[in-house]
Design a protein around this ligand. Structure first.
Ligand code: ADP
Ligand code: MG
Length: 456
């Protein structure tokens, strides 16, 4: 291919990207999207900042890959690199962008402020004063506040249940944080039931169940999040039952959360269920419209974002059930706000559209398996064969990684798919994450598979 044909081809590619993402987003993200090198079927494309690189990778990688492959079938993968030498700045708008990013970097509080406390495992970002109270959560809120004033008192255990994203974790952790503040000598421990289960299983493996027991009986407040995870895990249930009795008899506070009421948790021992029901059981539900607007306003304020009333209402109408989604959309708007003077309703509509398309497309386990087997050109059976083959082990590791990250499966379900045990699934996942931090090649590989997964 001559340089000229390549250049005109690239123009066409850019044109198509523009048509797909809209002119506004195109000007923000792709105004310096330049092909750099093409070696071994891999195309390197440069962008002016890491921020833009991350944004494109997160939101547009699959789209871009599809468009490029369409015009340029030899390309097997693309890599976005950052080319940010100062003298290359050619657009005045770029200067403004960079300046804004620099001020942003100064303004944004260091993340370390929100690090979890290693003793309690609580994250200080969850507080009562940044929890918006409405009709659907006021009882749960009041119960948590009461417990934080008098742990081990009247409401023991406290059992909060409700669907995903309605603030259970927030309330549980806020309670823990408040207790730490009010009673400095009390030992508080927060953990998810999955963590509790894994620690217990590991303690059996390492012959250290005694230590495990001491660790959880030596607390004044035990907070276990997502207790429905115990369903079917007989030995952990038994252990929890004893831990519960021990703590309860010493009037130690215990707090649980679950996605359903105790009566509906399946495969759980009756005696444990009756313990759950023995204190105060309260539900929490998705917030109503007014509360959603109030939450949005508070979160926007935290980010230093000012939006018009109609924008808050538009978002609150679009996202109904899950507050995590509300937060996600605000983050996207926040990023966009670094590039434009004023966020218009029109911009928000665009972001919402992109958001629902990219983020909430369900990546089913089936799809993960299909994409991975076709990417590595292997048969599905090979993936599950009992073969000690380095290549296959590596592929299996990625499979576990994607099932966990994108299909959000529990380790138990992953183990079932793999026909291996639960600890193997954990091991494979953790190994991949560990490797991912060190291995650039692997990172690239994962980006490519990710792009394929998010392609429709
Ligand atoms: P759950 O544990 O029920 O799935 P989370 O507690 O993780 O939900 O809530 C999801 C996100 O929404 C968190 O970032 C949390 O801070 C936020 N959130 C939920 N409810 C509220 C609320 N009433 N006010 C402020 N933030 C909330
Ligand atoms: Mg939670």
């Amino acid at each position: 291919m001559t340089l000229e044909t390549f250049e005109s081809l690239w123009k066409e590619i850019l044109e198509e990207i523009k048509n797909s993402v809209g002119e506004k987003s195109f000007n923000i993200w792709f105004n310096e999207f330049l092909p750099k090198t093409y070696i071994h079927s891999s195309l390197k494309i440069s962008v002016p900042s890491k921020f833009i690189k991350n944004w494109i990778e997160k939101n547009y990688l699959s789209l871009v890959l599809k468009i490029i492959k369409n015009k340029f079938p030899e390309v097997k993968n693309i890599e976005i690199i950052v080319e940010n030498s100062q003298e290359k700045i050619s657009f005045s708008s770029r200067k403004t962008v960079i300046k804004r990013l620099q001020t942003l970097a100064l303004k944004t509080p260091k993340l370390s402020i929100f690090e979890t406390n290693p003793q309690t495992n609580l994250n200080p970002r969850y507080r009562f004063d940044n929890f918006v109270v409405g009709k659907t959560n006021e009882l749960a809120f009041a119960a948590c506040q009461a417990v934080s004033k008098n742990p081990g008192g009247l409401h023991n255990p406290l059992f909060i249940y409700g669907p995903v994203g309605v603030g259970k974790t927030h309330l549980l952790q806020a309670t823990g944080n408040e207790i730490c503040k009010n009673f400095k000598n009390l030992k508080v421990k927060y953990l998810t039931t999955e963590e509790f289960t894994n620690l217990f299983i590991n303690s059996i493996k390492n012959h250290s169940t005694e230590e495990f027991r001491l660790r959880f009986r030596d607390v004044d407040v035990l907070i276990l999040d997502d207790i429905h995870f115990l369903s079917g895990k007989i030995s952990t249930q038994e252990e929890l039952f004893h831990t519960f009795n021990y703590l309860y008899n010493l009037s130690k506070q215990i707090i649980f959360s679950s996605d359903r009421p105790p009566s509906l948790i399946q495969d759980i021992e009756a005696r444990l269920r009756s313990r759950f029901e023995g204190g105060l059981v309260i539900d929490i539900n998705p917030p109503d419209f007014e509360t959603r607007v109030a939450i949005l306003k508070m979160k926007a304020q935290e980010k230093g974002l000012e939006l018009s009333e109609e924008i808050y209402e538009f978002i609150a109408e679009k996202f109904v059930n899950n507050i995590r989604e509300l937060e996600g959309i605000l983050t996207a708007i926040y990023f966009e706000s670094q590039f434009v003077e004023k966020i218009s309703l029109e911009t928000v509509k665009e972001i919402v559209k992109r958001f629902s398309k990219d983020y909430y497309k369900k990546v089913t386990p089936k799809k993960v398996i299909r994409v991975i087997t076709s990417h590595y050109e292997i048969k599905e059976e090979e993936l599950f064969k009992k073969l000690r083959n380095k290549h296959l082990t590596q592929i299996r590791k990625l499979l576990v990684y994607f099932l966990r990250e994108y299909s959000q499966l529990s380790y138990t379900s992953i183990a079932e798919i793999l026909k291996k045990d639960h600890t193997t699934a954990i091991y494979l996942y953790e190994k991949t994450v560990e490797e991912l931090n060190k291995n650039e090649e692997l990172k690239k590989e994962i980006e490519i598979i990710k792009a394929k997964l998010l392609e429709s």
